[in-house]
Design a protein around this ligand. Structure first.
Ligand SMILES: *Cc1c(COP(=O)(O)O)cnc(C)c1O
Length: 432
């Protein structure tokens, strides 16, 4: 494997900075300090309108980044900005040396604004609006993906200097919670790849490698092996057809880290390492030119964020308790299922007299709704909670992936307006 250092951290960004993404960072060393910080933040929030807030733990981001690099040292991560574009997270990852996967003009702008150089960005969207392609050309983002002849035509006209990766479908992404193959990717067989390579050649465009995505929240890691094998077929087709020696393999995202299953990523990493060794043995030899990159989104974001939502309404119906909170299915919890929401949720008494230290407390069958006037806006139902009151809080853990990024402004509840506070813990102090 050629020695390819990960992105050089920008000299402007420091992990020990006092401010990140415009947020002052509070260092918390003990659990008590974290509790104290949360309580003072909650008190501070009381003075504002009742809006939820996020806590981002920089210590967790650092620990996840280190896990990524130590398990897959030969692979350059490009954080997929769409997963969570919080400026403090982008800045932390840039300072750590991560590169970036941007899918639109504004994502590229956000990353360049941090002082990250354009060669640390892949424009990993196989189907791009012309105005965004022109923008990428104007700022020097010179690596993108494609899976159609029509896309090549736009790139030839507007950004002919861009290097290209062919996006292929992984042969089997059945284990992923959110597969992507129905939308993106050419088949890896020569009959589908050759016309694309020929069209690129005829347009004078340079296809330098292959990319794939096994689907978000992948659980069947054999999908990585199958996709790496399929990518090798494409490398071989290119070599046979026009002596094109491809040099980039992009294994996409799909990795997860959760505190309930911390070993999941290591399992994926060992299958990826084995598959690279099996299908690209020569390319992995020292001095070879193959560069392997990845595009983790969820992995870097999910467990670094905790959501604090406040109870803004309550109704008692016999033994049933119904609560309204100030975030929901049109906001941060859009993609969080009822079962996941229950697993993530911990009540945080504030207004009520209930405290966990009082030992066994009576619980009630409870339903939690979001704030908008749509019946679909139900966060969970059928879960036992202690008696809570208006102004108490519900805390949702591991809420960094596809949460704020997917929320709306429906009914005037703006997900984009939810503030984020940043703490730096000693990496293991997850909130509450
Ligand atoms: C969404 C996306 C990612 C990130 O996926 P995760 O499952 O969050 O890791 C990476 N690459 C591309 C092209 C994507 O569309």
């Amino acid at each position: 494997m050629a020695s390819c250092p990960n992105g050089t951290p920008s000299t402007l960004l420091h992990l020990d900075a006092q401010v990140m993404g415009g947020q002052r960072i509070t260092t918390v060393v003990t659990k008590e300090e974290l509790t104290e910080f949360m309580q003072s933040t909650i008190l501070k929030r009381q003075e504002f309108d009742e809006v939820p807030f996020y806590l981002m733990d920089l210590g967790v981001v650092v620990s996840l980044y280190n896990q990524m690099i130590s398990n897959l040292p030969m692979i350059h991560p490009h954080y997929a900005v769409k997963c969570n574009p919080e400026p403090a997270l982008l800045e932390a990852l840039a300072a750590l040396g991560s590169n970036f996967d941007c899918a639109s003009r504004s994502e590229i702008e956000a990353v360049l604004l941090l002082g990250v150089s354009p060669d640390r960005i892949i424009y990993a969207n196989p189907c791009k609006p012309v105005s965004h392609i022109k923008y990428a050309a104007s700022v020097g983002v010179n690596l993108t993906t494609f899976d159609s002849v029509e896309e090549l035509d736009k790139i030839r006209k507007w950004h002919p200097k861009s290097d290209l990766l062919i996006r292929i479908k992984p042969p089997d992404d059945s284990g992923a919670k959110y597969p992507l193959d129905s939308k993106y990717g050419a088949g890896h067989h020569p009959q589908e790849i050759m016309p694309l390579l020929k069209a690129a050649e005829a347009s004078g465009l340079s296809v330098v490698g292959v990319s794939f995505h096994v689907g978000s929240e992948a659980t069947n890691f054999a999908a990585f092996r199958g996709a790496i094998a399929a990518a090798k077929t494409v490398f071989d087709t290119a070599a046979r057809m026009s002596n094109n020696k491809m040099s980039v393999l992009d294994i996409g995202g799909g990795f997860s880290f959760t505190n309930s299953n911390p070993k999941l990523f290591q399992e994926a990493a060992s299958i990826i390492k084995e598959a690279l060794q099996a299908y690209f043995p020569n390319e992995l030899l020292p001095g070879s030119s193959l560069k392997v990159i990845s595009e983790p989104g969820r992995f870097f974001a999910a467990s670094a964020f905790t959501l604090y939502a406040q109870i803004i309404g309550k109704r008692v119906r016999g033994e049933l308790r119904e609560y309204w909170i100030n975030d929901g299915k049109f906001g941060s919890l859009a993609w969080v299922t009822c079962d996941e929401a229950i697993a993530k949720c911990t009540p945080l008494p504030f207004a009520s007299s209930f405290t966990t230290s009082k030992g066994l407390t009576r619980t009630y069958n409870s339903t939690v709704f979001g704030p908008t006037c749509d019946a679909f806006d139900e966060v969970f139902t059928g879960h036992k909670l202690p008696e809570l009151e208006v102004n108490d809080w519900l805390v949702f853990s591991e809420m960094g992936a596809y949460t704020t990024a997917c929320g709306t402004n429906f009914n005037g509840y703006s997900t984009a307006a939810i503030p984020t506070y940043v703490v730096r813990s000693n990496q293991t102090l997850l909130a509450i």
